[in-house]
Design a protein around this ligand. Structure first.
Ligand SMILES: [Fe+2]
Length: 341
């Protein structure tokens, strides 16, 4: 038992050594670098002599760093091989080359290398470059992890708020999720950047949060609302904004929520904004919100069918809804067979 523990201990210790892979077409130079690296305290996982071999060995050995010669045998040079490796593995790559002409440097830069060593080099140079590359990579990794954690915390905050709104109003339950689903599909069709879509999706998930301030009797009333009651319902956009502006979102989530009942011709609420004053995210949200609401049953009316719903969007595009967004939504339903799950 003790022997096995000792073995484990030894393996653990060995794993602590940074594992470097060498890609070098000259076997003598490769051996020399291997020797230097080992004497500097690194473990050399393997040596590859061509780009193709490098790609295969990175997959098999999963090293902590790749030392990549730019001039290699075969039809893949080091820069090509590096860009292929970076597509599937998050491993820092340090280039090794005898030439440092501008054209090569420019090509190499695109692959975001962690360092560049010009041959011939001194042991100290190799060590410094490898250490800096490993440190930079570890720091980036930690940053990525902490931003993932923050993103998850934000997501759970949004889910908790959505849950709060849905507990009070059974008609909001599911509505916000379905609106978020359609919103994302429309935004993707419009080639909206990934990060922006995330902001619009979060806004959609909580766009009716302000309804927690509207009395339940009004929300669940089985008849048409009186004008006075409707005025109370209308406050939910502003209340939603007041709640959400307290959260420091990296996107204008509170604005999207505030503006989701604004209409292009200024007939919406609460600020009666017109076309250019309404944020794109709010315009997408508006179309998705109306479509989902019409297709759903409400205490005071049955659900509309798809044809009637799409007719309303068609007749009101340009006056109420952004025509490009409306057209995308219509196409999704008519041609792509989009339906809420
Ligand atoms: Fe709303």
């Amino acid at each position: 038992m003790k022997k096995r523990n000792d073995e484990k201990e030894k393996n653990h210790h060995l794993r602590q050594k940074p594992r470097v892979m060498i890609v070098e077409n000259d076997s003598l130079i490769a051996k020399d670098i291997k020797y230097t690296l080992e004497s500097l305290g690194y473990e050399v996982t393997s040596i590859a002599f061509s780009g193709k071999e490098a790609i295969k060995k990175v997959k098999a050995d999963n090293p902590d760093l790749v030392l990549m010669d730019i001039v290699l045998n075969g039809n893949l040079d080091g820069i090509h091989a590096a860009s292929k490796i970076r597509k599937y593995a998050n491993i820092p790559i340090v280039y090794l080359t005898a030439y440092a002409d501008n054209k090569i440097l420019q090509r190499a830069k695109i692959t975001k290398p962690y360092g560049y060593i010009i041959k011939p080099f001194k042991d100290g140079e190799l060590r410094t470059t490898v250490e800096i590359a490993l440190y930079k990579h570890r720091t980036e990794q930690k940053l990525r992890e902490s931003s993932d954690k923050l993103r998850k915390a934000l997501e759970s905050t949004v889910n908790a708020l959505a849950y709060a709104a849905e507990m009070r109003d059974p008609y909001t339950a599911g509505h916000q999720k379905r609106v978020a689903f359609l919103t994302v599909v429309i935004a993707k069709e419009m080639d909206t950047p990934e990060d922006e879509i995330e902001g619009i999706r979060m806004a959609a998930l909580i766009h009716d949060i302000g309804k927690i301030h509207v009395p339940a009797e009004i929300l669940n009333k089985p008849h048409k609302l009186t004008d006075a009651e409707f005025e109370i319902v209308k406050t939910h956009s502003q209340i939603g904004y007041d709640i959400l502006e307290r959260i420091d979102f990296p996107w204008p989530v509170a604005d999207y929520v505030l503006q989701h009942h604004e209409r292009l011709d200024g007939s919406g609420y609460p600020q009666e904004l017109v076309e250019s004053q309404i944020k794109q995210g709010a315009k997408i949200l508006a179309v998705a919100d109306v479509v989902e609401a019409m297709l759903s049953h409400r205490p005071y009316r049955p659900a509309y069918d798809v044809t009637t719903t799409l007719e309303v969007i068609t007749s009101k595009k340009e006056t109420l809804y952004d025509p490009q967004i409306a057209d995308i939504c219509l196409r999704l339903f008519k041609e792509n067979g989009f339906r809420f799950r």
